[in-house]
Write a protein that binds this ligand. Structure first.
Ligand code: ACO
Length: 326
């Protein structure tokens, strides 16, 4: 029995914020941002559009590409760090909007690794015959938790959403080849939003101290990301008895071009095998891998049956890799 990607979609908000725009907001330069991160511009959602709205738009496109109706979806999983509300979950908005009347659903909080974690669950669910299609959305409105006065972080992030529908298909041998997932709470503090939860509920003080924004120690995160992502890629390739050269496309989480290139070099894949769009969107956290998968399919870089290696790293720390036959 095969499980394959039957449809993909993405949504990127129209408004573009360039490095030159950021030069007017904080003490930075286009050159610094491009050299250190590879980012040229990012997209910012309007005030009246939230994470769930973007997820719905991506999901609708994925349904159209799959040629199926929302009512055929068995489960809706939304990976996000910026849910519309603490509760209800964002999955319920997607479920209602696409008419997934037969589905159950939930959100996944694993920061930038959200799509890697979601895929693990989706493949497990689809091994059960009672589930036919699982909709996975990665969606973020990071602009609403970005401190636009902090040059260390505000140049990095952007908004957007991607969606992938996995479905059982007995006529193919697609599916999960290997996976390697991790969480390590020892580094919780290097990348976090300190307030807004039960530890530091919203108060005048938390707002004044700008605690509702992303706080990140960039240099430390960088080093940990390269090592963790490299390790996870090597593990899945070894488990599958494969070399990097046998992978059609490597789709890494898009946080920083230098991280991506360092990982690619360490696992022995060629530049042409690595999908990069961080230049256009910045870091869209849980959305980034789903957006890449959609762009790769629509751009003809990826077809059903191709072997893809997905890898991500994010707050938690969370990280992992998925080696899949698409
Ligand atoms: N413009 C100009 N100068 C800047 C800027 C900026 N936007 N930001 C920082 N600098 C300065 C710093 O103040 C520092 O100056 P100093 O040497 O006088 O102290 C100098 O540039 C170098 O700073 P570093 O932090 O060492 O720069 P680095 O090369 O590490 O790049 C970056 C910083 C881009 C943040 C990088 O460390 C990175 O990408 N880290 C990983 C991010 C990541 O992967 N996050 C994980 C996922 S995010 C999530 O889960 C939500």
């Amino acid at each position: 029995m095969g499980i394959r990607i039957v449809g993909t979609g993405s949504y990127i908000p129209e408004k573009v914020l360039t490095n030159f725009d950021l030069q007017k907001m904080v003490d930075t330069s286009d050159e610094w941002i491009q050299v250190r991160t590879g980012i040229v511009e990012r997209h910012i959602a309007p005030d009246d559009m939230c994470t769930g709205d973007m997820a719905v738009k991506a999901a609708e496109k994925a349904l159209e590409a799959a040629g199926i109706d929302g009512s055929e979806i068995s489960a809706v999983i939304v990976a996000t760090t910026t849910p519309d509300y603490n509760f209800p979950n964002t999955a319920s908005l997607v479920q209602r909007s696409i008419g997934a009347v037969s589905a159950f659903g939930f959100d996944i909080s694993a920061a930038c690794s959200g799509m890697i974690y979601s895929l693990e669950l989706a493949y497990s669910l689809l091994l059960q015959k009672k589930y036919r299609y699982v909709l996975l959305c990665g969606a973020e409105k990071l602009s609403c938790i970005t401190n636009w006065q902090d040059r260390n972080t505000c140049v990095l992030f952007g908004d957007g959403a991607g969606a992938v529908i996995l479905g059982r298909d007995d006529s193919c041998d697609s599916g999960q080849i290997a996976s390697d997932l991790h969480i390590d709470g020892n580094y919780r503090e290097i990348l976090q939003m300190p307030a807004g939860g039960s530890r530091n509920p919203a108060s005048h003080e938390t707002v004044e101290k700008r605690m509702h924004y992303i706080h990140m120690l960039g240099r430390e995160t960088f080093k940990l990301a390269v090592n963790a992502m490299t390790g996870a890629c090597r593990k899945v390739l070894a488990d599958a008895g494969m070399e990097g050269s046998q992978v059609k496309l490597v789709i890494p989480h898009q946080a920083n071009k230098r991280i991506i290139e360092a990982v690619a070099q360490r696992i022995g894949v060629q530049k042409e095998q690595v999908f990069i769009n961080v230049n256009k969107y910045g870091n869209t956290s849980a959305a980034s891998i789903a957006i890449c998968i959609d762009e790769a399919f629509r751009g003809g870089l990826l077809r059903t049956g191709d072997v893809i290696l997905l890898v991500a790293f994010g707050s938690g720390l969370t990280w992992g890799a998925q080696l899949l036959r698409a």
